[in-house]
Design a protein around this ligand. Structure first.
Ligand SMILES: Nc1nc2c(c(=O)[nH]1)N[C@H]1C(S)=C(S)[C@@H](COP(=O)(O)OP(=O)(O)OC[C@H]3O[C@@H](n4cnc5c(=O)[nH]c(N)nc54)[C@H](O)[C@@H]3O)O[C@H]1N2
Ligand SMILES: Nc1nc2c(c(=O)[nH]1)N[C@H]1C(S)=C(S)[C@@H](COP(=O)(O)OP(=O)(O)OC[C@H]3O[C@@H](n4cnc5c(=O)[nH]c(N)nc54)[C@H](O)[C@@H]3O)O[C@H]1N2
Ligand code: SF4
Ligand SMILES: [Mo]
Length: 701
């Protein structure tokens, strides 16, 4: 029986999965307050019945015996003992007060991780608490993920008319992303995300040309019409080569460039050394393939290039991302005045798209600067790559207290040893997590939150990722254990206990009358275009009427602003990428390059702790058989891998999709919470990664 999601007596409930932004529709069979089965919801207009391996284990993320059912406090002997959250919150508030009293607000930091983003109320409430502290030390996983995309917008500017979409494009270029596994495919702006196999199949069936740039013949690359497999870390050079070819053959959109861009001559000059011969030498992509990719991309009428972690976690990531944006810009792949606009806000306020550019603001050049390298902030955040130094390096505003929300920095940060040392050096570490992650193991307090199917929620933060203007609401489908608290409640009560006022959705909350989740969800969606009642009664979500939106003409001030194709620093970085690539190849004492990859069964570290979810070889180091033969390694053999920063130990597994000279290891296998099937310790790949000081905003992998 399928019933409305609000019916508590139902045995089958409708909801959506909140382990990743895809937000797939699910049907849950409930018995005795347990989720016995998770099925894909075929009536869901976007996921259309799709779920992935971990999504189908949604019940175990709630009911596994290891999942925390009460908050914990570390006692003087170093052991964790259960503590009532009503005690843990005021104790935390009092310790924060004394740290701030002694060392000022900048001694307190907040780190928000991936799972902080998948409950609508958590992020806004965590930031509401954080604002009240007066600290500047805000960190998130975005700056160890794809912050190069922020750098691009802040240096180039942003076109406000909207982007072209995969659904009606004739070409799409995916660089450093493998949506068939990650269900990602770019920065969430018009890229393949949902039900990826079917989405790609449908797009190709209507004639879309798929170009993939990936050193590995991934599941996605295997479906490409053109697969360029560069040497890892050479994307900037390859992209400069593609741009040079397009401009050289005059295949760019002259009208768009004249109207909306500046620095085209400087760009032409900057990419001029990226001749097909030079690019082939550095990237090892055959010239003929490069030419066909450049022509296929530029001669198509519609379609964009989007990127993932493969580009953003390599060297030269800021300039690589810039060049991807240049590719889209010179080919004019944006919606023009009078075109039907692509407005996907449903619960969030819709902003009328305009055919104009918002200028580059280079936020990091002004305002607060960290004492670590004088680094400034982006979107109000400091880069997570400096978090360990912020804690460890002496200084008046050294971080002494850290709150972690839905993240696992012990497993996720580059230079694992230094990250662990930093977490251990804190005076106060409070981790809100439903599991004893590697980070939680180091905490003073672990606050146990509800899990996804125990809370009401809606998709306001995910709607930018949806291919249509869609929104869904869910009620809790199982009753949480009595010892847990909602993530947002932790931050709300912490703020109140600290004497701070809490601003949510534009208004100050009354501390005498704590809100309910439903009230907050309603407030959050009040500027949307679907009434809340309509949303809550739409079992499989609702699609907003998008007709009537067109891209508006530019305002007078807006018409003067241009997208900067080649500002001076970008020009220098292009030059550096072109020259250093050859040198570093010759100089490196390490014969192999390490690249990122994701696995279907885990969401970063989340999932690695569930029994029988991850195949035994999943966190093995993957290598080509050519390399294994020449090194005399057999399948399953445990080896030590060294980099300039450290050493890890793991089994090797042959992978025919990899070229020689490349080793690929997934992240998130936290030594402390690894599965028992992973029989060796030291399997966290961030033992090998370090912080690339020259760019200081990302990690080299
Ligand atoms: N199942 C699953 N889904 C996830 C996650 C997960 O852990 N598991 N994590 C989520 C998160 S946090 C994120 S940020 C997204 C990321 O989503 P994606 O960016 O799609 O992540 P990956 O699947 O790791 O794909 C990265 C690709 O980059 C390639 N690559 C490596 N080095 C280079 C290089 O130098 N150049 C180029 N061009 N390519 C390179 C790799 O071979 C790999 O195929 O996925 C999200 N979705
Ligand atoms: N070497 C290498 N390192 C990487 C990457 C890589 O590709 N290679 N990828 C990077 C990227 S893109 C990212 S985004 C980061 C990921 O970094 P993080 O986001 O810090 O790591 P996760 O493993 O996603 O941590 C999520 C945590 O949230 C907890 N959790 C689950 N559900 C809930 C909930 O409802 N509430 C709360 N409060 N907690 C919950 C989980 O138990 C888990 O401990 O890692 C980065 N690090
Ligand atoms: S984890 Fe899997 S089932 Fe859940 S939303 Fe993501 S893709 Fe869908
Ligand atoms: Mo990420």
């Amino acid at each position: 029986m399928t019933t409305r999601s609000g019916d508590p007596t139902a045995s089958r409930r409708t909801s959506y999965c909140r382990l990743c932004p895809s937000s797939c529709g699910v049907l849950l069979d409930i018995e005795n307050n347990r989720i016995e089965r998770v099925l894909g919801d075929a009536a869901h207009p976007i996921s259309r019945g799709y779920t992935c391996a971990k999504g189908r284990r949604g019940g175990d993320f709630t009911h596994d015996p290891e999942r925390l059912r009460t908050s914990l406090r570390r006692n003087e002997g170093g052991e964790f003992v259960p503590v009532d959250v009503d005690v843990a919150v005021p104790e935390t508030a009092s310790r924060l007060r004394s740290i701030i009293g002694d060392h000022g607000p900048d001694s307190v930091a907040l780190f928000t991780g991936t799972q902080n983003n998948f409950a609508a109320l958590t992020g806004p409430m965590a930031r509401a608490w954080f604002r009240g502290t007066g600290s500047h030390k805000l960190f998130s996983t975005m700056t160890i993920d794809q912050s190069a995309k922020w750098v691009v917008q802040d240096r180039m500017g942003k076109y406000l008319g909207g982007r072209q979409r995969v659904e009606n494009s004739d070409v799409w270029l995916l660089a450093g992303t493998n949506p068939l596994v990650s269900v990602n495919g770019g920065d969430g702006d018009g890229a393949v995300v949902h039900n990826p196999s079917v989405t790609l199949r449908d797009a190709k069936a209507r004639g879309m040309t798929l170009i993939v740039i990936d050193p590995r013949r991934t599941e996605t690359a295997a479906r490409a019409d053109i697969h360029l497999a560069p040497r890892p870390g050479t994307d900037a050079v390859l992209l400069a080569g593609l741009i040079r070819l397009i401009l050289g053959e005059g295949l760019h959109d002259r009208g768009f460039c004249e109207r909306y861009t500046s620095d085209l001559p400087e760009l032409v000059e900057a990419v001029s050394p990226a001749t097909p011969t030079a690019v082939e030498e550095i990237s090892r992509v055959p010239q003929a393939l490069m030419v066909s990719a450049a022509r296929a991309f530029a001669t198509a009428a519609r379609g964009m290039a989007t990127t993932g972690t493969g580009v953003c976690m390599g060297p030269h990531s800021n300039v690589s991302e810039h060049l991807v944006a240049v590719l889209n810009t010179i080919c004019g792949r944006y919606l023009r005045e009078g075109e039907t606009a692509d407005v996907r806000s449903v619960l969030a306020r819709s902003v009328a798209p305009r055919a104009e550019v918002a200028g580059a603001d280079r936020e990091w050049e002004t305002g607060f600067k960290s004492r670590i390298g004088g680094i400034g902030r982006m979107r109000g955040e400091l880069p997570s790559a400096i978090l360990a130094d912020e804690i460890l390096n002496p200084g008046p505003d050294r971080v002494r207290a850290l709150i972690v929300s839905g993240g696992n920095p012990a497993a996720a940060l580059p230079d694992k040893a230094r990250a662990a040392k930093a977490l251990d050096a804190l005076d106060l570490l409070v981790v809100v997590d439903s599991w004893m992650s590697g980070t939680a193991q180091r905490a003073d307090y672990v606050i146990a939150p509800t899990t996804m199917y125990e809370r009401a929620d809606h998709t306001i933060l995910m709607e930018a990722f949806f291919p249509i203007p869609f929104a869904q609401h869910t009620e809790p489908v199982v009753i949480p254990p009595p010892g847990v608290i909602e993530d947002w409640q932790f931050f709300d009560t912490l703020a109140v206990a600290s004497g701070q006022s809490v601003k949510f959705a534009g208004r100050i909350l009354d501390p005498q009358h704590p809100p309910t989740s439903r009230e907050l969800l309603e407030m959050f969606a009040e500027r949307g275009r679907v009434p809340f009642d309509e949303l809550t009664s739409a079992e499989h979500g609702c699609i907003a009427d998008g007709t009537g939106y067109v891209v508006q003409p530019a305002t007078t001030e807006g018409s003067a602003v241009r997208l900067g194709l080649c500002p001076a620093d970008v020009r220098l970085e292009i030059e550096r990428a072109l020259t250093s690539a050859v040198g570093s190849q010759a100089r490196s004492p390490f014969p192999m390059r390490l690249i990122v990859r994701r696995i279907k069964e885990a969401m970063n570290s989340h999932g690695t702790m569930l029994p029988n979810l991850i195949p035994e070889h999943a966190n093995a180091a993957k290598m080509s058989t050519t390399d294994m033969d020449s090194l005399g390694i057999h399948n399953g053999q445990v080896v030590a891998i060294r980099s300039a920063s450290g050493r890890m130990q793991c089994a090797v597994h042959a992978d025919t999709s990899l070229p020689p000279g490349v080793v690929s290891v997934t992240h998130g296998f936290d030594d402390q919470n690894s599965l028992s099937v992973v029989r060796v310790s030291d399997t966290n790949v961030n033992a090998l990664t370090w912080i690339f000081r020259a760019e200081a905003r990302k990690m080299v992998c």
